[in-house]
Design a protein around this ligand. Sequence first.
Ligand code: SF4
Length: 87
Amino acid sequence: MAAAHAEDLPHVDPATDATAQALKYVNDAAQADRATNARPGLPPDQQRCAVCQFVLAETGAWRPCSLFPGKLVNENGWCTSWTMKAG
Ligand code: SF4
Protein backbone atom coordinates (compact mmCIF):
# COMPACT_ATOMS: atom_id res chain seq x y z
CA MET A 1 0.00 0.00 0.00
CA ALA A 2 1.42 3.37 -0.95
CA ALA A 3 0.78 5.45 2.14
CA ALA A 4 1.93 8.98 2.79
CA HIS A 5 5.00 9.19 4.94
CA ALA A 6 3.76 9.00 8.49
CA GLU A 7 5.72 12.05 9.51
CA ASP A 8 3.72 14.10 6.99
CA LEU A 9 0.38 13.40 8.64
CA PRO A 10 -1.27 16.04 10.83
CA HIS A 11 -1.02 15.79 14.59
CA VAL A 12 -4.20 15.15 16.55
CA ASP A 13 -5.38 18.45 18.00
CA PRO A 14 -7.46 17.89 21.15
CA ALA A 15 -8.91 21.39 20.77
CA THR A 16 -10.64 20.57 17.49
CA ASP A 17 -10.66 16.78 16.97
CA ALA A 18 -14.00 15.18 17.84
CA THR A 19 -12.50 11.74 18.41
CA ALA A 20 -9.87 13.22 20.70
CA GLN A 21 -12.57 14.92 22.71
CA ALA A 22 -14.68 11.77 22.91
CA LEU A 23 -11.68 9.75 24.11
CA LYS A 24 -10.26 12.56 26.27
CA TYR A 25 -7.01 12.37 24.28
CA VAL A 26 -4.19 14.67 25.38
CA ASN A 27 -0.69 15.10 23.94
CA ASP A 28 0.84 14.98 27.41
CA ALA A 29 -0.31 12.00 29.46
CA ALA A 30 0.70 13.80 32.64
CA GLN A 31 -2.24 16.15 31.97
CA ALA A 32 -4.74 13.26 31.79
CA ASP A 33 -6.64 11.78 34.69
CA ARG A 34 -5.12 8.34 34.23
CA ALA A 35 -5.64 7.29 37.83
CA THR A 36 -9.39 7.88 37.76
CA ASN A 37 -9.75 5.98 34.50
CA ALA A 38 -7.74 3.11 35.99
CA ARG A 39 -6.99 1.29 32.75
CA PRO A 40 -5.53 -2.14 33.53
CA GLY A 41 -2.08 -3.37 32.47
CA LEU A 42 0.33 -0.76 33.79
CA PRO A 43 0.36 1.70 36.67
CA PRO A 44 -1.44 4.90 35.54
CA ASP A 45 1.75 6.97 35.56
CA GLN A 46 3.35 4.58 33.04
CA GLN A 47 0.48 4.62 30.55
CA ARG A 48 1.14 6.54 27.33
CA CYS A 49 0.69 6.11 23.60
CA ALA A 50 4.16 4.61 23.08
CA VAL A 51 3.17 1.51 25.08
CA CYS A 52 -0.44 1.25 23.85
CA GLN A 53 -1.78 -1.63 21.80
CA PHE A 54 -3.29 0.77 19.27
CA VAL A 55 -0.15 2.72 18.36
CA LEU A 56 1.10 1.74 14.90
CA ALA A 57 4.84 2.53 15.06
CA GLU A 58 7.69 1.45 17.30
CA THR A 59 9.54 4.76 17.18
CA GLY A 60 8.95 8.45 16.71
CA ALA A 61 7.76 11.38 18.76
CA TRP A 62 4.54 11.38 16.68
CA ARG A 63 3.05 8.05 15.63
CA PRO A 64 -0.06 6.72 13.89
CA CYS A 65 -2.80 5.25 16.08
CA SER A 66 -5.49 2.90 14.79
CA LEU A 67 -8.15 5.01 16.52
CA PHE A 68 -7.07 8.19 14.68
CA PRO A 69 -6.81 7.27 10.98
CA GLY A 70 -4.72 9.70 8.96
CA LYS A 71 -3.35 11.53 11.98
CA LEU A 72 -0.53 11.20 14.47
CA VAL A 73 -0.57 11.01 18.26
CA ASN A 74 2.26 11.97 20.58
CA GLU A 75 4.38 9.17 22.03
CA ASN A 76 3.68 10.73 25.44
CA GLY A 77 -0.04 11.15 24.78
CA TRP A 78 -2.90 9.21 26.34
CA CYS A 79 -6.62 8.58 25.87
CA THR A 80 -9.35 6.64 27.66
CA SER A 81 -8.94 3.75 25.17
CA TRP A 82 -5.37 3.13 26.32
CA THR A 83 -4.72 -0.63 26.29
CA MET A 84 -1.58 -2.45 27.37
CA LYS A 85 0.56 -3.34 24.35
CA ALA A 86 0.63 -7.12 23.95
CA GLY A 87 3.94 -8.89 23.37
S1 SF4 B 1 -5.57 4.45 21.63
FE1 SF4 B 1 -3.58 4.33 22.61
S2 SF4 B 1 -2.11 5.10 21.09
FE2 SF4 B 1 -4.15 5.75 20.45
S3 SF4 B 1 -4.42 7.78 21.36
FE3 SF4 B 1 -5.30 6.33 22.80
S4 SF4 B 1 -3.63 5.87 24.24
FE4 SF4 B 1 -2.71 6.82 22.42
